[in-house]
Design a protein around this ligand. Structure first.
Ligand code: DMJ
Length: 677
């Protein structure tokens, strides 16, 4: 018997271009609905079930991916250039003719014996740090509950006794507690693995069983280990991962034990050079230097971001040259500096965001001809220094032209700048939004630091800085309820949004630096208040680590000062707060700043340290049980975060004296010019 053929498949018909027109309005919608209903009835049961199943599946996927999508689409990340990565085109390589590079007298590569004592801290290898125990695996706190103040508890395990720090590991009943290994999402986080293992009686690395054995001694007491040594240990641990899984690449992916590439220029290694020098890590530095000498080549057909490569690569090479006197680093700095210059060939001389350092071409991002204001105004310290060292004015001229133009541009609000500037017109675009966070932050930082770099002579820089700080007070400053934490909000078309990026936490340090250099004392008052807020952004989180963005409460009825939106819960191992803690300690000598920094280091060790080597960004600072590791160690963790922590804990205030050096925005110290320069 013949039976009609069943159509057990789903056919989707795309309407023609006119079917998208809504000019027919209501009538068209009604007839469409009737047709659809009729068509639905024509389908077999299997077809209908299939369609319903598909719709349900898509709905669930949509719900599940919502937080991560919103996060990706925020578009305010200072790393947004990564989305614009252009695939390498292997044709057209055009290395820069050697003759075009200014000649620098060849110098002897100094050994460490040549390091002036004030920049060469003594290495105390036998001192083995022992950090407190990992958090107990308790029931996760309710995510909806109020933030927990200082709930992390391990700090008290450090008992200071006659100048020594004695660590007693206890469980809740006060008895001894065996070493806890936390495992999440495939990553085994042993909060203090490196240090504990090394602290066994034999003084060498042992197994986990060794560590458990050691921990079973009651109480576990270890001779004081100073905090600077704990930072060295953290650096070595991070370096171990980078060396094993990402050597010569841009970033370590510590959990998958591989690497990530951004520019393909060994970003982490270059960013970390001067940190190793400052920390006195001779062996690590020597290996890295060898790589720079034998492997690092800028003759590559790659697009790089002008700002990021200036602050990390050019800044890192220049500062390493200054600390070491090794001309290898100056030669490399000249090479990359020269290759970045095509970025300034624009109709307005406001540079493009991207440069192909092999082809000598530059371009803006694909979707706009705008550049980011912070990016074009935070390359000045490095290019000015390059001109001073090479006696070639082209670098200084190019960046100072940008400064001059921005100085006289319309569209500021009480000295505050918008976030975008157009490379054709040279004017601010998308006006009306003002922030001290992403896309504007280091504009303010570099006003002050250029003024200092040049010996306090360039008064326009100072005027712009002073006006901007007044602009912050007038337009952006608010206090939370109930604790009256001072924060810097964001202004959008006259409306204040009570949120602050972690990036803004550079500001207390910059304000304090200005006050130290004779600027109004109320800048220091503001620095003290903002420092407290940045500290609370860490202290009030369950992991003791700050979210990327904090939202602040202005309503007196609500009981919480700080809130975190789901899309903002990540922590990228950023440096800004420890940077400011370093300045605040240097200028006030108040030991609370060191304690706050110590808490942060311990939280990094508890929640971001990966046992096989390296530290990882995490996705959720509110969840100590599953902080959601993201499998990425940003280069600034070694370039900035650990460097500032080390300098915060070091008693040697002449180690990178703030009266002799200014730090670029990637924590690379550059000299304040002698008055004759
Ligand atoms: C760094 O690259 C620099 O500090 C920059 O100014 C801001 N973003 C990162 C660190 O958070």
């Amino acid at each position: 018997m013949y039976s009609p053929q069943r159509q057990d498949f789903v056919s989707l018909t795309l309407g023609d271009q006119y079917s998208r027109s809504y000019t027919n309005g209501k009538h068209r919608r009604q007839s469409c609905w009737r047709v659809s209903a009729w068509k639905w009835k024509q389908l077999s049961r299997l077809q209908r079930s299939l369609i319903l199943f598909l719709l349900a599946f898509l709905f669930i996927c949509g719900i599940l991916s919502y937080p991560s999508l919103t996060e990706q689409w925020r578009g305010l990340s200072d790393r947004s250039i990564k989305e614009d990565w252009v695939e390498m085109d292997n044709g057209g390589l055009r290395p820069i003719p050697p003759g075009l590079v200014p000649k620098i007298p060849p110098g002897v590569v100094p050994g460490f014996q040549d390091i002036p004592p004030e920049v060469m801290p003594e290495i105390q290898r036998p001192s083995i740090p022992l950090l407190p125990k990992p958090p107990a695996m308790r029931k996760p706190p309710s995510k909806r509950g109020p933030p927990v103040l200082q709930k992390r508890g391990n700090v008290s395990d450090w008992q200071v006794k006659d100048g020594e720090e004695e660590i007693v590991k206890r469980d809740e009943d006060g008895g001894k507690e065996a070493k806890t290994v936390i495992s999440w999402r495939g990553a085994m986080i042993e909060a203090e693995q490196g240090t504990e293992l090394q602290s066994t009686a034999h003084g060498k690395e042992g197994t986990v069983a060794d560590a458990e054995k050691a921990a079973s001694l009651k109480p576990v007491t270890v001779k004081a280990v100073d905090r600077v040594e704990a930072v060295r240990e953290a650096f070595r641990h991070a370096w171990k991962g980078y060396k094993a899984f990402a050597w010569g690449h841009d970033e370590l992916k510590p959990i998958s034990k591989t690497h990530g590439e951004w520019f393909g220029l060994g970003l982490t290694l270059i960013d970390a050079l001067d940190t190793m020098w400052i920390l006195g890590l001779k062996d690590e530095f020597a290996e890295a230097r060898k790589w720079v000498e034998t492997e690092l080549s800028f003759s590559k057909n790659v697009d790089v971001n002008l700002f990021e490569s200036t602050i990390r690569i050019l800044g890192g090479l220049l500062s390493t040259y200054h600390l070491t006197g090794d001309t290898l680093f100056l030669d490399k700095a000249k090479d990359i500096g020269f290759r970045l210059m095509p970025a300034f060939k624009t109709p307005s001389k406001i540079p493009y965001s991207d440069v192909n350092i092999g082809k000598g071409t530059a371009h803006p991002p694909r979707w706009t001809t705008d550049s980011t204001v912070a990016e074009v105004t935070s390359i000045q310290l490095e290019f000015r220094e390059l001109s001073r060292l090479t006696q070639d004015p082209q670098y200084q001229n190019a960046v100072e032209e940008v400064t001059r133009q921005v100085h006289r541009l319309e569209g500021k609000r009480d000295g505050l700048v918008p976030m975008f500037i157009n490379t054709n017109s040279g004017k601010f675009t998308r006006r009306g939004a003002f922030t001290l966070g992403a896309r504007a932050d280091s504009y303010y930082e570099y006003l002050l630091k250029q003024w200092l770099q040049g010996g306090k002579k360039e008064t326009e820089l100072l005027e712009d800085y002073l006006q901007a700080i007044e602009g912050v007070r007038k337009n952006l400053l608010r206090q939370t309820s109930p604790s009256k934490l001072t924060f810097v909000g964001e202004l959008s078309n006259g409306h204040l949004n009570p949120k602050m990026d972690h990036l803004v936490c550079f500001l207390p340090g910059t304000l304090a630096l200005g006050a130290h250099n004779g600027l109004p004392a109320d800048h220091m008052d503001l620095a003290l208040q903002l420092m407290e807020t940045c500290h609370q952004m860490y202290a009030q989180m369950e992991t003791g680590l700050s979210p990327e963005i904090a939202h602040f409460n202005l309503q007196s009825s609500n009981g919480r000062d700080i809130d975190v939106k789901p899309a903002d819960r990540h922590n990228l191992l950023r440096p800004e707060t420890v940077e400011s803690l370093f300045y605040m300690y240097r200028f006030t000598k108040d030991s609370k700043y060191r304690d706050w920094g110590w808490d942060i280091l311990q939280s990094f060790n508890k929640y971001t340290r990966v046992p096989s080597g390296g530290y990882t960004s995490i996705g959720n600072v509110r969840d100590p049980v599953n902080p959601a590791p993201r499998d990425k160690m940003e280069s600034f963790f070694l370039g900035e975060t650990l460097k500032y922590l080390f300098l915060l804990f070091s008693d040697d205030s002449e180690l990178i004296s703030l009266d002799k050096y200014i730090f670029n925005t990637e924590a690379h110290p550059l000299p304040i010019w002698p008055s004759t320069s």
